[in-house]
Design a protein around this ligand. Structure first.
Ligand SMILES: Cc1cc2nc3c(=O)[nH]c(=O)nc-3n(C[C@H](O)[C@H](O)[C@H](O)COP(=O)(O)OP(=O)(O)OC[C@H]3O[C@@H](n4cnc5c(N)ncnc54)[C@H](O)[C@@H]3O)c2cc1C
Length: 317
């Protein structure tokens, strides 16, 4: 980008904020426009590094790897909300571990004796865990420090952006109407946030295609418990029965959670697409638009890799 040029990033979820930071720290003048500041879907995430409900695999692997490196560095700064945590992913079947897990540090298969009752296979590894409210605050501060500016506003169309040398579209599920892109669909997710009875390790179950997930992500004083994955459902209201079922599943695996106090419920709709869209396009007036949306259940995991690709597309224009 040349001097005096201004890039507008639409969206202030993890995708928009990360992309804006990568550009602003490279010297680009960046202005963020977003209805929600920060994005509600991103606030609802657990969040563990790991590809879930997202394609295409070869790009997902590359983006995830890039993000992993950045999260490892961020874990050195307690203010970032990122930490490296050890824990177990397990299955009630004799499953093979996914290839993304086997290359992680400390990866080691567990004996069934080391697993909760009812589990047949599992493995331990160390991975970044991200406390999303803290992390999204950190990203906003970091963008501000890099001279990025913010404007809270809903856009009915990409033409409503105003003057911009280029537009980066990080609107998540909002792209369904903004672009419009009918390939996007919601996959509803629900978490229960509870007080932490002293847990430091994560636990997650490989539940395959089930709607009922099981994850336990400790973040200091709180633990995020999950979850659900309801395809095609974009509703964001609290489902009390789902919350009770999440608590029951988690207590069965970790009995110390039985005494935990419920602090909050977090609900979001994963912006899911046949494949993540990181792609350059042009508006009718010739303005470059770079899309970065459709990250499904892995927007945190892919964030730094996708942001780096957006930067490359802007440079190549
Ligand atoms: C329950 C749950 C658990 C999850 N767990 C994980 C996990 O463990 N690990 C992981 O990697 N991922 C996880 N995810 C997925 C991850 O949260 C998403 O992929 C990610 O948050 C998407 O981020 P985003 O910035 O693209 O979208 P969003 O966070 O939705 O942000 C979109 C932004 O665009 C703005 N916007 C949209 N339309 C408009 C418009 N027309 N005008 C102005 N602004 C607009 C919004 O206001 C918002 O600021 C989880 C998701 C859920 C719901």
């Amino acid at each position: 980008m040349g001097a005096g040029e201004r890039v507008v990033v639409i969206g202030a979820g993890v995708s928009g904020l990360t992309t804006a930071i990568v550009l602003a720290e490279a010297g680009v003048a960046v202005h963020v426009i977003a209805e929600e500041l920060p994005g509600a879907t991103s606030l609802a995430a657990g969040a563990m590094w790991g590809p879930y409900l997202v394609e295409p695999k070869h790009m997902v692997d590359e983006w995830s790897e890039c993000s992993l490196e950045v999260f490892r560095e961020l874990a050195d700064d307690p203010a970032s909300g990122v930490r490296l945590a050890s824990g177990i992913e397990a299955s009630r079947h004799a499953d093979q571990p996914p290839d993304w897990a086997t290359s992680l540090p400390d990866f080691i298969p567990c004996s069934t004796a080391g697993l909760p009752a009812g589990f047949a296979s599992g493995y331990r590894f160390t991975v970044p865990l991200v406390d999303m409210p803290v992390y999204l605050d950190y990203l906003q501060r970091r963008l501000h420090d890099a001279d990025g500016t913010f404007e809270q506003r809903w856009l009915g169309s990409l033409d409503d952006v105003g003057p911009a040398s280029a537009v980066i579209n990080c609107t998540g599920l909002g792209a369904r109407t903004l672009v419009p892109d009918l390939d996007l669909r919601p996959i509803r997710g629900q978490h229960v946030v509870v007080s932490n009875p002293g847990l430091t390790e994560f636990f997650s179950e490989d539940t395959g295609a089930s709607q009922d997930l099981l994850c336990i992500y400790p973040h200091g004083d709180t633990v995020v418990l999950g979850g659900t994955a309801i395809d095609g459902d974009g509703s964001l209201g609290l489902d009390e029965r789902a919350a009770s079922a999440i608590l029951a599943r988690c207590v069965e695996v970790e009995p110390r959670l039985a005494e935990a106090r419920v602090i909050a419920h977090r609900i979001g709709a994963r912006p899911t697409r046949g494949r993540v869209r990181v792609e350059a396009d042009r508006r009718s007036d010739g303005t470059l638009v770079v899309h970065n949306y459709g990250h499904g259940g892995a927007g945190v995991t892919l964030s730094w890799g996708c942001a780096a690709m957006v930067r490359g597309l802007l440079t190549d224009r």
